[in-house]
Design a binder for this molecule. Sequence first.
Ligand SMILES: C[S@@+](CC[C@H](N)C(=O)[O-])C[C@H]1O[C@@H](n2cnc3c(N)ncnc32)[C@H](O)[C@@H]1O
Length: 244
Amino acid sequence: MGTKVTPYSNEASKKEQVAEMFDNIAHSYDFLNHFFSLGIDKLWRKKAINILKKENPGSILDVATGTGDFALQSIKNGLPLSGKITGLDISNGMLEVGRKKITKKNLSDRIDMVQGDSENMPFEDNTFDATMVAFGVRNFQNLKPGLQDMYRVIKPNALCVVLEFSKPKVFPIKQLFGFYFKKIMPFFGKLVSKDARAYTYLPESVDAFPEGEAFKGIMKECGYREIEQKMLFGGVASIYWGRK
Ligand SMILES: C[S@@+](CC[C@H](N)C(=O)[O-])C[C@H]1O[C@@H](n2cnc3c(N)ncnc32)[C@H](O)[C@@H]1O
């Protein structure tokens, strides 16, 4: 899986550094996310939600929920129809922003926000009807234990859906996206978030992260079956899913 890319170059573990970074940028995360993607991230989340929708899950676990955008969009798109979504994240700063949004939208009875580590989640085995994670797995300190714990807490036959950046291969998306991701985003990201590293860590972490067959292979090693991938926008992002 290559070298471990961390946000800061200090002694703390990747987990601690990632939590610190997201605490630092929580106030500007939503704005920058939608600004940089021109809203395309919402479309991608919707595509991932549509894959889950076919399964009609009652309870959903949204891992690395951050400010809750994936969970909120899911409810907006009618998923689950009546059950609950549990959002889990390691950064309390991100969760706090999410909790405010959920209260404002009167959805506190539909979405629970829980602080915790994806590698050791505070849930019993076979609890949820489905699990999902958007732009989260790349930040895990250890990818495999994270995917394994998601496998552990879903019921047999339940689906795990992962939305994550991948690397576009085709001209000119590859070149244009590379310039945008490595030059434009770090410049404006630093300006707005005031965290000098957060938006240089982003392209570095995508570069170092397994994609395509490699990622599917890791899901398989974690126990998932019927694993599939759908590339988005020429491979800028991918949706992976697999069944327990
Ligand atoms: C880029 S944000 C994605 C947030 C949200 N899913 C979205 O689509 O906007 C990544 C999130 O992963 C969380 N995260 C990273 N490592 C984690 C871990 N080990 N356990 C739980 N959450 C983690 C971070 O705190 C951060 O909120």
